[in-house]
Design a protein around this ligand. Structure first.
Ligand code: ZN
Length: 295
């Protein structure tokens, strides 16, 4: 479990490496979320600890795709992550916000049948989310966030909001409109924000599978490959990205499984987190007849 002591984070898989790129005293009012647009957690940490003649950057936290956290400065010191930015009459959010950088390649582009980052790395389809940014720009490929990374970000945001009585959880795209697109449409920002601010558990909707068996696929359509054996009726899901006919979901359970399911065979969970437990054991464990597997 994460905790804060003397403005430093403690917990499993948390480490500290002081960046030289810091300013004065910070009395934080917000959390500001970013993607690194980089290769790895380690490369992001190195970059945010480097002095650069053209302008150094930093942040308080870098959060890896496997959930690892590296803190680069105490939470009561200004770091340099927001640049030119405004929010509700405030200018320069560095002076008001704790910065969290999520290890993610950001906006990708198509090269033949691959999706490639700006630094030339290719990503398989299952790590790509096709979505339109809420600032527009049409349907484009974005590097996905892992379920463990999203869960860890939420846990950290909840802790920071309660520890420092923060007012809001924002994206860089909120405060630098037209200039920045991070954390982008692959990140469930509205849901994380709602949960971290305690605006009700249903802001990050929990769903259950209503078909006897439901395929989970690598993309939004029956033509995409199946990622795992069909999900059983009553399986709990977290809604990551709703779309018109299909939704990207994370499966609640011990395995890090996320993918796309058809909206016709999922439903909002009525009682919180009781779906699977409420089902008779027979419905949880009976192997599924293939013919009844949907979508
Ligand atoms: Zn940013």
């Amino acid at each position: 479990m994460l905790a804060i002591k003397n403005h430093r984070l403690t917990g499993a898989d948390v480490s500290f490496r002081q960046t030289p790129n810091v300013g004065g005293v910070l009395r934080a009012r917000f959390v500001l979320l970013h993607y690194t647009a980089g290769r790895t957690l380690d490369s992001a940490v190195a970059s945010l600890c480097a002095r650069k003649p053209q302008g150094s950057c930093s942040a308080h936290i870098v959060l890896g795709r496997d959930g690892r956290i590296v803190q680069l400065a105490p939470f009561d010191v200004v770091t340099w992550h927001a640049g030119v930015s405004q929010w509700n009459g405030l200018n320069g959010l560095n002076a008001h916000a704790i910065g969290i950088e999520l290890d993610n390649a950001g906006l990708l582009h198509r090269e033949g049948d691959r999706c490639v980052s700006w630094f030339g790395q290719g990503y398989p389809d299952k790590e790509v989310v096709m979505a339109e940014h809420r600032h527009g720009g049409g349907l484009r490929p974005w590097h996905h966030y892992t379920a463990v990374q999203i869960a860890r970000t939420l846990e950290l945001c909840e802790l920071l909001v309660s520890h420092y009585a923060l007012e809001d959880v924002l994206g860089h795209e909120d405060v630098a409109r037209g200039r920045k697109t991070d954390p982008g449409p692959a990140f469930p920002l509205a849901a994380v924000r709602g949960r971290a601010l305690g605006r009700g558990a249903d802001v990050w909707p929990r769903l259950v599978v209503t078909a006897t068996g439901l395929n989970i696929r690598s993309g939004p359509g029956a033509e995409f490959e199946r990622l795992a054996p069909a999900l059983r009726r009553g399986t709990e899901l977290i809604l990551l990205e709703p779309q018109d006919r299909w939704s990207r979901v994370a499966v609640v359970g011990p395995h890090d499984l996320e993918g796309w399911v058809c909206n016709d065979f999922i439903a909002r969970q009525v009682a919180p987190r009781s779906g699977l437990a409420a089902l008779p054991r027979s419905q949880r464990s009976v192997p599924l007849p293939r013919a009844r597997v949907r979508a």
